[in-house]
Write a protein that binds this ligand. Structure first.
Ligand SMILES: CC(C)(COP(=O)(O)OP(=O)(O)OC[C@H]1O[C@@H](n2cnc3c(N)ncnc32)[C@H](O)[C@@H]1OP(=O)(O)O)[C@@H](O)C(=O)NCCC(=O)NCCS
Length: 410
């Protein structure tokens, strides 16, 4: 299929985008509408036309990725929607490709997105991150102290300072931040029964806070994000969640960056067994819900610092996104042969040098390896990642990364 044409959205497209969002169930109340308006202002928006009007839209935001200690510019595909009359005509794939290609040409090194399911974005070279863990827990079972000092109450009107606090939060390898404050404003507007609790410095600037979604008299509540800079601040936020435990019987919280939440739950297995199947069932849940792909291979490889003697190999990359590229895109994808050297300083250069062992991989799989989501050996067992056994072993010896933790709802 050739890629259907796309174009940048104009303000005149708002009504059509709103209609599509209503059709896909993303606009159910006034907060969703406000959230969409705000999000468009924070995004590079592409649309695809059918019968003379926009019937599909893709919004991409600029962000950063912390890859070990290297900060990389990224594109975050925040949403893709195609209306009921335009499905299965390639609009979704073309919009995603157009949005990503435009940001790649502007300097984004990687693209990230949250998936509705596995498979669709694989066709565009996106590969899954590792499992993301969350717990639905009884706040009363949290093994942290309730803070002595009372928090301040936060609402959508505090979005700007909540956003600054999110950007300044503790970040581990893999942390994603979306730069435009409109993204936090949009998320806060769309959270029905949303509320925040936190602490501020004398300047009024937030030091740490949690943004939650309430639900009925007894929960379950959901913590959408926690922004903190030190373990002490994290304990204080969890202590605030615990303070709700006399009334609220369940709160869903994602593992904070680098932390195993289960360590802080009293008798987690007891809660799991005794509340099984109930509204307040205490349980963990894991799924790999985000995907990413490399856009700028030389820049991404340069972020790898691998002690020891240099490892050189040929890389034959398959990039399925090239099929969907818009005509005239200056960024052409990563398909083809590369020569890679991993060492204290790492490089990727176009063209396959002769006489080197060769890794044949999809962009999705190489991106997963580069992020530290899975080892070379694991990828070779289940995905398009083929190399001589000795090269697989060398890759795993040289590239030792912690599991990436995006710590941002994409
Ligand atoms: C997802 C969505 C944007 C796709 O739009 P679309 O224009 O119909 O998509 P395309 O025509 O480009 O692609 C459809 C193809 O993807 C395939 N596909 C869809 N989901 C898939 C999956 N999980 N795994 C593999 N293939 C999948 C379809 O089978 C179809 O294949 P075909 O081309 O061989 O017939 C559209 O269904 C939508 O708006 N859904 C609701 C909103 C949503 O969930 N958006 C994504 C947010 S992350």
């Amino acid at each position: 299929m050739t890629a259907p044409p796309t174009r940048l959205a104009t303000p005149a497209d708002f009504a059509a985008i709103l209609r599509t969002w209503q059709e896909v169930g993303w606009v159910e109340w006034e907060g969703d509408r406000r959230g969409l308006e705000t999000l468009i202002g924070a995004s590079h928006t592409h649309v695809a036309d059918l019968h003379g009007g926009a019937e599909g839209a893709c919004m991409v935001q600029d962000g950063t990725l912390l890859h070990e200690d290297t900060e990389l510019p990224i594109a975050v595909v925040g949403s893709i929607s195609v209306s009921r009359v335009a499905r299965r005509r390639g609009l979704g794939a073309a919009l995603c490709a157009a949005g990503v290609a435009e940001r790649a040409a502007a300097g984004s090194a990687v693209a990230f997105l949250g998936t509705f399911d596995q498979g669709f974005y694989d066709r565009l070279g996106f590969g899954s991150g590792p499992y993301v863990h969350e717990w639905t827990l009884d706040p009363a079972d949290l093994r942290v102290d309730v803070p002595d000092r009372a928090p301040i109450r936060l609402g959508p009107q505090d979005s700007e300072r909540m956003h600054r606090n999110r950007l300044a939060r503790f970040r581990a390898h893999g942390a994603v931040s979306v730069m435009h404050a409109g993204v936090t404003r949009s998320e806060a507007a769309q959270t029905r029964r949303g509320f925040g609790l936190g602490y501020a410095a004398p300047s009024g600037e937030l030091t740490h806070h949690v943004w939650m979604e309430a639900n009925g008299e007894h929960g379950p509540y959901r913590a959408h994000w926690l922004a903190w800079r030190t373990p002490g601040e994290l304990h204080e936020l969890l202590g605030l969640i615990r303070s709700l435990g006399d009334q609220i019987h369940a709160v869903t919280v994602q593992d904070p960056a680098g932390i195993q939440l289960q360590d802080l739950i009293n008798r987690p297995m007891h809660g799991y067994r005794t509340r099984k199947g109930g509204d307040y069932w205490q349980r963990p849940f894991s799924v790999a819900w985000w995907q990413a792909r490399i856009l700028d291979l030389p820049r991404c490889v340069a972020a790898l610092r691998c002690p020891g003697p240099a490892l050189r190999f040929g890389l034959e990359l398959h990039d399925p996104l090239t099929t969907w590229l818009p005509e005239g895109s200056s960024w052409r994808g990563l398909d083809g042969g590369w020569t890679v050297e991993l060492g204290e300083q790492s490089h990727a250069t176009p063209g396959l040098a002769r006489g080197l062992p060769v890794l044949r991989a999809g962009v999705a799989e190489f991106s997963r390896f580069w992020l530290g989501a899975l080892s070379a050996r694991a990828l070779s067992a289940t995905a398009r990642f083929e190399a001589p056994e000795s090269l697989l072993a060398d890759l795993d010896r040289r590239v030792r990364l912690p599991s990436p933790h995006v710590d941002w709802e994409l």
